[in-house]
Design a protein around this ligand. Structure first.
Ligand SMILES: Nc1nc2c(ncn2[C@@H]2O[C@H](COP(=O)(O)OP(=O)(O)OP(=O)(O)O)[C@@H](O)[C@H]2O)c(=O)[nH]1
Ligand SMILES: [Mg+2]
Length: 391
C-alpha cells in the first residue's frame, strides 16, 4: 500500500493531484489543516492511500482457507469522525468562497477604497438576501456617517474601529424602516382592522391570533367579520374560531353590508375583518373592496405576506395591493425561512411600518409585535446584542 501526503490550498486541489499521481483509486485517508512548520507547502495536509494490484493480490494470498475476501470494515466511529471533519472543512471552504465572491461583487471600480468593515457588512447583508444595490447603498451610507461624505474613487476610507462602524451600520439600517405594532388608525373606538393579502398567506390564522392576544386577553369586546365568500367553507374556519372563543361572527357578502354591520357594532372595541385571498390577477376584480378599504379612514388595513415568499414576488405583491391602500405590512411564516432581508427591504422600499410577525401555526402563541430591535437583528445578526452591551 502506498501512502502519501499532499499539501495544497484546498482539499479538492490535493485530491486532483493525488488522482493524477496515484491513479483514480487514490483514497482519501485523512485531511487536516497543515501544521505551521509546513504551512508554506499548502494550507491543508491531505493523506491519500493506494492499494496497487500487486499488493492486493499479495494480501489476498495471505488469507487463511475459508476466510472471506472482504474489506475490513473501518470502525463506524472513525468513519463518522473522518466524514464530519471533511464536511466541516468543506463547509469552511464554501463559507470562504462565498465571502470572496461577495467581496468581489462589491469591488467594481467605483467601490475601490471601501474598508474591510464595509465589505464584510455587504457580505452579511446580501447573505440575508437584501438586494445588492440596497446593501451597497447602506454600507456606503454607514461609512459616510463615520467618515463624512464619500471619498473620491481610489482613496481608501479612513480607518475607524470596527464597533464604531457597526454602530453606524445599525443606525443606518434602523433609519430606513419603521415599526408600529398597533391595531386601528386612531385611539377612537371601535378599532377596525382588516387583513388582506395573497391566498394562503395566513390572514385568517393571524386574525384569530390578534383577536385572542389583543382582544380576549385584554377583555375587550371583539367582533369577527368575514368577507371571504370566494371559497366554500372558507368562512367556516373563522366561524368555528369565533364559536370557540365565544365572540360574535358575521359573514358579509357586500361592502355595503360590511359598512352597515360596522355601524351597528360601534359599541365593540375591536372589529376584525377577514378578506378572501387575492391572487395577483384577482386584484383588478376586487374593485369594490379595494375602493371601500382605500377610502375608509377608520379602517386599519394590514397587508399579510409570507416571509418565505421570494423577494421579487414580495415587491410585486406590495405594489399590486397598493390599490387597497394598506397602512401596515404584517409578515407571517417567519419560521419557514432564515433569510429575513426582504422583510426589511420591503418596509424600506414601501415606507410602510411593520406591524406584527407570525412565526408558526400555533394559535395564539406564534405572534409577536414588530420591533426595531427584532428587525435589525434579522438583517444584521448580533447587532441588537452589541448595541445592548455598548449601552
Ligand atoms: N408555518 C407557518 N404556517 C402558518 C403561519 N401562519 C399561517 N400558517 C398556515 O398557513 C396556512 C394558511 O393559513 P390561513 O390563515 O388559512 O391563510 P389565509 O391567508 O387566510 O388563506 P386564504 O383565506 O385561503 O387566502 C394554514 O395551514 C396555517 O396554519 C406561520 O406563521 N407559519
Ligand atoms: Mg383565510
Amino acid at each position: 500500500m502506498k501512502i502519501k501526503s499532499y499539501y495544497s490550498r484546498t482539499v479538492e486541489d490535493a485530491m486532483a493531484a493525488a488522482r493524477q499521481e496515484m491513479g483514480p483509486d487514490a483514497m482519501l485517508v485523512n485531511s487536516r489543516k497543515a501544521p505551521p512548520e509546513v504551512r508554506h507547502l499548502g494550507e491543508y495536509e491531505v493523506v491519500f492511500a493506494n492499494v496497487g494490484p500487486a499488493e492486493a493480490a499479495a494480501e489476498a494470498s495471505l488469507k487463511l482457507p475459508g476466510e472471506r475476501n472482504e474489506p475490513i470494515p473501518l470502525p463506524q466511529a472513525n468513519l463518522n469522525d473522518r466524514l464530519s471533519t471533511e464536511v466541516a472543512e468543506l463547509k469552511k471552504e464554501l463559507a470562504g468562497m462565498r465571502h470572496a465572491i461577495t467581496r468581489t461583487a462589491y469591488a467594481p471600480a467605483q467601490w475601490i477604497g471601501v474598508s474591510q468593515d464595509q465589505s464584510d457588512a455587504y457580505a452579511t447583508l446580501t447573505a440575508a438576501e437584501l438586494p445588492a444595490e440596497l446593501a451597497r447603498e447602506i454600507v456606503q451610507a454607514a461609512g459616510d456617517r463615520l467618515n463624512g461624505p464619500r471619498l473620491p474613487p481610489g482613496r481608501a476610507t479612513s480607518k475607524t474601529d470596527a464597533s464604531a462602524f457597526q454602530r453606524a451600520l445599525a443606525e443606518e439600517i434602523s433609519s430606513r424602516f419603521t415599526t408600529e405594532a398597533t391595531l386601528g388608525r386612531s385611539p377612537a373606538l371601535p378599532r377596525i382592522v382588516a387583513l388582506v393579502g395573497p391566498p394562503g398567506s395566513g390572514k385568517t390564522t393571524t386574525l384569530v391570533k390578534l383577536a385572542v392576544n389583543y382582544g380576549l386577553a385584554a377583555r375587550r369586546p371583539v367582533l369577527l367579520l368575514s368577507m371571504d365568500t370566494h371559497r366554500v367553507a372558507a368562512a367556516d374556519q373563522l366561524r368555528s374560531y369565533a364559536a370557540i372563543l365565544g365572540v360574535g361572527f358575521q359573514l358579509l357578502e357586500t361592502v355595503s353590508s360590511l359598512a352597515q354591520t360596522i355601524e351597528e357594532n360601534r359599541g365593540k372595541e375591536l372589529i376584525f375583518i377577514d378578506t378572501p385571498g387575492l391572487a395577483y390577477g384577482d386584484l383588478q376584480d376586487s374593485e369594490s373592496l379595494a375602493h371601500f378599504l382605500a377610502t375608509r379612514v377608520d379602517i386599519d388595513t394590514h397587508l399579510v405576506l409570507p416571509a418565505s415568499m421570494k423577494a421579487a414576488d414580495l415587491s410585486r405583491m406590495v405594489d399590486a395591493f397598493e390599490i387597497l391602500r394598506p397602512q401596515h405590512l404584517l409578515f407571517t411564516k417567519l419560521d419557514e425561512t432564515r433569510c429575513y432581508g426582504p422583510i426589511f427591504s420591503e418596509a424600506a422600499r414601501s415606507g410602510k411600518p411593520l406591524s406584527f410577525f407570525a412565526a408558526g401555526q400555533r394559535i395564539p402563541e406564534d405572534l409577536e409585535a414588530a420591533s426595531p430591535e427584532r428587525v435589525l437583528e434579522m438583517v444584521l445578526p448580533g447587532a441588537a446584542g452589541r448595541a445592548r452591551s455598548a449601552a
